[in-house]
Design a protein around this ligand. Sequence first.
Ligand SMILES: [Zn+2]
Length: 138
Amino acid sequence: MISNAAFTELRDLLKSDETERARDLLLSLQAGYFTLMEENRHLQLRVHTLEKLLGLDTGLTDKVHIRDKLVWLETDKGCKGPFCPVCLAADQSLIELEKDGPCLVCPSCEAEFAAEHEPQRERAVVLPFRKTCEKFGL
Ligand SMILES: [Zn+2]
């Protein structure tokens, strides 16, 4: 497992001339690195596939809209988002903002935005039960 603690341990082992244990730890870190590289490659392929399926592989310009300083994506299933405008400007990434109390926060760059920009979702109409029963003669 690759972690900062493992690198600190490796440094300490090398400082104390415990080369055998340091070598074992280094080999373990190397194996973890290769695992992470493979996982990263797999995730990149998944993102590319999903972007292609959404028609985003040729560019975002015609489907992405900026409204109230936030990014929205037009899809066949309606307007999706909001997405982070900072990440879009940085590398064309569509990172969906997450609600955090009164704010919307980007899980990638941690930029915060006011949540009031979020569109009102359609809400179910709750009918009074008694009136509904009376209406239908129940
Ligand atoms: Zn972001």
